[in-house]
Write a protein that binds this ligand. Sequence first.
Ligand SMILES: Nc1nc2c(ncn2[C@@H]2O[C@H](COP(=O)(O)OP(=O)(O)O)[C@@H](O)[C@H]2O)c(=O)[nH]1
Ligand SMILES: [Mg+2]
Length: 683
Amino acid sequence: MKKYDMENLRNFALVGASGVGKTSIAEAMLYNSKAITRMGRIEDGNTTMDFDKNEIEKGMSIMLSLAYLEWNSSKYNIIDTPGCGDFRGDMISALRAVETAVLVINAVNGIEVISEQAINYADKLKNCKAVIINKIDRENAKFEEIINSLQRISEQVIVPITIPTGLSEKFNGVVNTVSQKAFSGGKVIEIPGEIKSDVENWHEKVIEAAAESDDSLMKKYFEEEKLSEDEINSGLKKSIIQRTTLPVFCCSATKNIGIMEILNVIENFFPSPKDIQKISILKNEKEDEIDLEKYNKKLGYVLKSLSEPNLGDISLVRMFSNSLSSGDEIEIAEKRSKEKIGQQYFICGKKRIETDHISDGDFGGLVKLKNAKTLNSINEKGAGMFIKPIQMPEPVYWKTIKAKTQSDEDKIGEALSKITDADPSINSVMNSETKENIISGQGEIQISLVLKLLKNRYNVEANLFEPKIPYRETITGNSQANYRHKKQSGGHGQYGEVYIKISSKEIGSEFEFINSIVGGAIPSKFIPGVKKGLVEKMTNGILAGYPIVDICVELYDGTFHEVDSSELSFKLAASNALKDGFMRANPILLEPIHKMQIIVPVENMGDVMGDISSRRGKILGMSQKENKQIINAEMPLSELYSYYTSLKSLTQGRGYFTQEFAYYQKLPGDITKKVIEKNKADE
Ligand SMILES: Nc1nc2c(ncn2[C@@H]2O[C@H](COP(=O)(O)OP(=O)(O)O)[C@@H](O)[C@H]2O)c(=O)[nH]1
Ligand SMILES: [Mg+2]
């Protein structure tokens, strides 16, 4: 393949809800450019982008995939991303790697809750944006309506660049609103009479958007009331890069209508890497922005580092500055680990094409870098900076994972760390309170695939369980207790007696230990023993085996024995005194409450609210935006664990939420009883 300069690259990611046709659009684009000779179909499991066995089986994308095509004098790098919320980590990683986010919308369903989430991520990552309305061939397809709702949710000016000749069965071509020419089956056709005035109207809008981008164009437009096609094109491109205009295209991917025209305009309107030369970085833990034009060292980004049967161990990278050649020495910035670049490839679905370089602004695959995780940066040696990390979404789904046998147990840690390296939206952590290994991520499908991957790729068998809740114990009252620990029959004796006052403290405060012994009732060398006994007991719990928090213990008196007293004696005395006093100070359990934002289609609101209250959730506030409802709420963690599955089924997969831990709160009495009973039974 010939070498492409930065000016001739166009990098974009297809994002949007599941089933809108992203993978099919990528397929049609590759086919029209002759990058592939046959147009595969989702139904036949033979598309370029969905090559993974699980993707074919499920008929949907589950990880990002990369392909490229050559169009006129340009190379387009296309990243297809999964639309299913479980795999949003890949969508986010893809958006970081490209200049342009192409939001695909289904012409029948219109804008979906997930579409807006994708737009929000694109905005956060400062992507330029474009929209493709797909499935215009379908019955009940809409176009104008979607344009109008896009205009309502977006601050950008919505400008259709291609509009359909007709909807549903009447859709046989598109009209370019810049050139005002209609195309069908690769030929120029008459603009159908009924849309002539639409075309004129949109043409006006296109010119205005172009003129807005540039003072000199604006002046000319005022004076002459028109602009040349070249001027419109350059003005539009500018306004797309400035993110004041949101260009919209229409097509049917599977009927291959409108795709050719999209390919044609991408070259004109989408930014090349040269157009966007600023990148946010971290250096010495400080955020900064660098000008890539002036930065003359290597800088790359690992959008996915994977071990995958079809591709092998490979790191997919995007170069942001300078090019990579085989033999180059680089550094994985986050690890400060040096590596040598081995074999490099261009990637088209599962196909690898050998190359000896990946040039500035371009994408490729490297034989897996030893230490590179997804989201890492590639640096020149000693440059000591990396591309500003992106925050992966907080988990919405949790399970306890347990290895089946001892030999599985020996291997599971390493296997899980490989899996989380490839997909950082999955976490695997040991909960220090419940002593369970919790695997969490973005949904049931994602986590069940982890089990499959463990088995098929790493030969590790494991099971998933409902995680234990990290309850805590505390008191609501005060009490006093004393305990004498005494063993003085035979050998060296043990003796220690303590008098303590126990009181409750505010939720979230530190343990407080007050020593108010006067006159040497307990010699000071034994006081640490008292504290140790208390802390140990607090760690192991008294009521139901959970850590004790938010209490104050005052040691105010005691007795000792000249010979038999020891630190251990006082430790045991304190521990037993606490046990006794704690149970008489109205002990309760505290449960973790999480704060959440739930976003659902308006029509599902009733069901979703009902479900929240049946889960002991509390609604804090609500607001409506277009056709979506945003609910701010709080929910106990014990209910949150299974919430995502329920939300998905109530909203047909369209609702989603974000969450974070908020605070601990008293667990209702009836549930406390059940927890205590269950823990007794488990013992
Ligand atoms: N009628 C029609 N069906 C389409 C079109 N594009 C995709 N599909 C079908 O819609 C389904 C989902 O497509 P897919 O490309 O997997 O969507 P993705 O989840 O966004 O990648 C598949 O059954 C496709 O065959 C289109 O333009 N028209
Ligand atoms: Mg797909």
